[in-house]
Design a protein. Structure first.
Length: 362
């Protein structure tokens, strides 16, 4: 049994200030800050990016930054070897390539965190033939040391993926929610408004959302679209989007939630997600989500209740589902109310409490 207050070292490839931070980093930060409030000493070891500090404290979490995108794994090992006696527990968060903590840390507990397996994403983000090698060989080989490690994941889809690989100790602790859900569904834009939110990377398939909007626009001429988020695909997408598609880039939370509140629908056509934090964020603003029927999204979207899981992973299927809701006020209003009600079930306080119970009882 662990002591009630632990010295925790957490490995992750990004922190909340990383320019490409996303849902995984929000999860990490929200859990770590709450563990710190409970009295644990928490250190996050992560990548150093241009302009970032080598060390700083944020919300009670000491963040140590060394190494780049690929060297951070070697630097993490070196850091642990140098400061081994300073920590009681190592938490290893895996996003594609792992830190291999079960092989490095042989004299104290390790807990692994998987938001999702990468699987299909290799083909969108990594060039040929490396993507085939990672998909068919490396991901499974990398995960062998973790199979008997206490593991946390964020959805039942990821739980099934891990168990299919032979993982034996997997617990699901879902994402919480950063914003208070609205008291009721508020007034929407007068023009039918569709929103995409996410990093503009290939596997998020923002191009599918834009193609779906073009189909919708042919049937609903006054429709408009908002894209929230930034990334390497932005120039490509802007070249192909019409004047009715507005790119907001990265926005502060106050604007993000205002846009989500005013939109009628949010489209999330990802290849896969660990959970789909943006789904619940949209729901908290009384906005239903249409997404592909893929791991993660089939966990966060309640099909035909808080949104729609499309029949196929195609822009035409996205458009068909969106058109059905935009032309039926009764169904759209019901989904909006259901989405808002559903979002009230999620809390970072509850997620952190379950996380704390697990690390103390393991």
């Amino acid at each position: 049994m662990y002591p009630t207050v632990l010295r925790i070292l957490w490995f992750n490839w990004r922190d909340i200030k990383h320019p490409e931070s996303g849902g995984a980093e929000i999860y990490t930060h929200q859990i770590l800050t709450r563990l710190a409030r409970k009295g644990h000493s928490v250190t996050l070891f992560t990548t150093k990016t241009e302009g970032s500090l080598s060390s700083e404290e944020i919300d009670g979490v000491l963040i140590i930054r060394h190494g780049g995108k690929y060297s951070v794994y070697r630097r993490a090992k070196q850091y642990f070897e140098n400061y081994r006696s300073s920590y009681d527990l190592v938490i290893d968060e895996i996003n594609g390539r792992p830190f291999l903590s079960p092989q490095i840390v042989n004299d104290r507990p390790v807990i692994a965190i998987f938001h999702q397996l990468i699987k299909e994403e290799w083909f969108y983000e990594i060039p040929f033939p490396i993507n085939y090698f990672c998909y068919h060989v490396m991901e499974k080989r990398w995960l062998i040391p973790y199979k008997d490690t206490q593991t946390i994941t964020v959805s039942n889809s990821s739980l099934s993926d891990l168990e299919s690989l032979g993982f034996t100790k997997v617990n699901v602790i879902q994402n919480g929610l950063d914003v208070d859900p609205l008291p009721k569904v508020s007034e929407k834009e007068v023009q039918p408004t569709i929103c995409f939110i996410g990093r503009l990377r290939r596997h998020k398939l923002a191009n599918h959302a834009i193609e779906a909007f073009k189909i919708i626009k042919n049937k609903i001429p006054d429709a408009k679209m908002w894209l929230i988020g930034d990334g390497p695909m932005r120039p490509y997408l802007q070249e192909r989007a019409g004047s009715d598609v507005q790119f907001f880039g990265y926005v502060p939370n106050i604007l993000k939630y205002d846009l989500l509140r005013r939109a009628q629908l949010v489209l999330v056509p990802s290849v896969r997600e660990g959970w789909g934090l943006v789904v619940i964020e949209a729901n908290a603003m009384g906005t239903p989500v249409i997404g592909y029927d893929v791991p993660g999204l089939r966990d966060s979207i309640l099909n035909e209740e808080t949104g729609i899981l499309t029949k196929s992973s195609s822009p035409s299927s996205l458009a068909e589902s969106a058109f059905r809701l935009l032309t039926n006020d009764e169904i759209l209003e019901r989904y909006s109310r259901n989405a808002l009600s559903y979002s009230r079930k999620f809390s970072w306080e509850e997620s952190a409490e379950r996380f704390n119970d697990l690390i103390l009882s393991s």
